[in-house]
Design a protein around this ligand. Sequence first.
Ligand SMILES: Nc1ncnc2c1ncn2[C@@H]1O[C@H](COP(=O)(O)OP(=O)(O)OP(=O)(O)O)[C@@H](O)[C@H]1O
Ligand SMILES: [Mg+2]
Length: 251
Amino acid sequence: MMTAPLLRLESLSKSFGQVTVARDLALSLGPGEALGIVGPNGAGKSSLFAMISGDLRPDAGTVWLDGRDVTGVPPHARTRAGIGRTYQVPRPFTHLTVFENVLVCAHQGAGLHGKQAWSQAMDVLERTGLADLANTAAGRLTLLQRKRLEVARALGTGPRLLLLDEVAGGLTEPEVAELVEVIRRLHADGLGIVWIEHVVHALVKTVARMICLAGGDVVADGEPVAVLADAKVRELYLGGGPESGTAEEGP
Ligand SMILES: Nc1ncnc2c1ncn2[C@@H]1O[C@H](COP(=O)(O)OP(=O)(O)OP(=O)(O)O)[C@@H](O)[C@H]1O
Ligand SMILES: [Mg+2]
């Protein structure tokens, strides 16, 4: 028997007035696959995540998780079903500690209680390199630490599919390298990952497949180096210069 893809988007369409963020879009992700998404600002990347996580209802089309139609399923139930996401603008509870922030996600997102929630939260802090900061208030973290916490909060919900929205933006190069290591390890542990990122070289080090979104369409899909070399992608996204595609940072 064929196993169902972890995620499948079928004929997904969504417009905000004149702005089309998804146009009859199709995409499939196997269990444990890592996919990178690039595309110009306003391409519809974050909107796509919102449709996968349930924050945004598509105008038409279907979102399948493990072969189950989850299009009408509300966000909290999709979290329980195994979809964890970060937000482009981090959303920690600033007055809670790092540990408490992740514990809340283990409670609310994964439905764990007591010792199980506690050990899931500790495990996530270890995996994201935040264990030493467990008792620090989230509001006191540096940008890199906040980005790590955003990943940790998504992991706290116990996902099989992790959606990362620009977690490397604004970091220094050594910090990007640290974050790449964290995400590579999560992928090696078998997690399915979709990562939207303007820091393209971080994606290239992490994913085996990349798509480029523009105007609600998938304009390229394939091996990252090939996608970045694609003439349409270079024109749309990277400006077409000879140096493009190695270390681009979005605005
Ligand atoms: N709730 C909304 N209501 C109206 N328009 C929206 C809404 N959400 C997004 N848009 C518009 O849809 C388009 C795509 O937005 P989206 O945030 O998905 O882009 P993006 O690819 O994530 O861009 P960026 O790289 O800047 O994060 C933009 O023109 C945006 O203004
Ligand atoms: Mg976005």
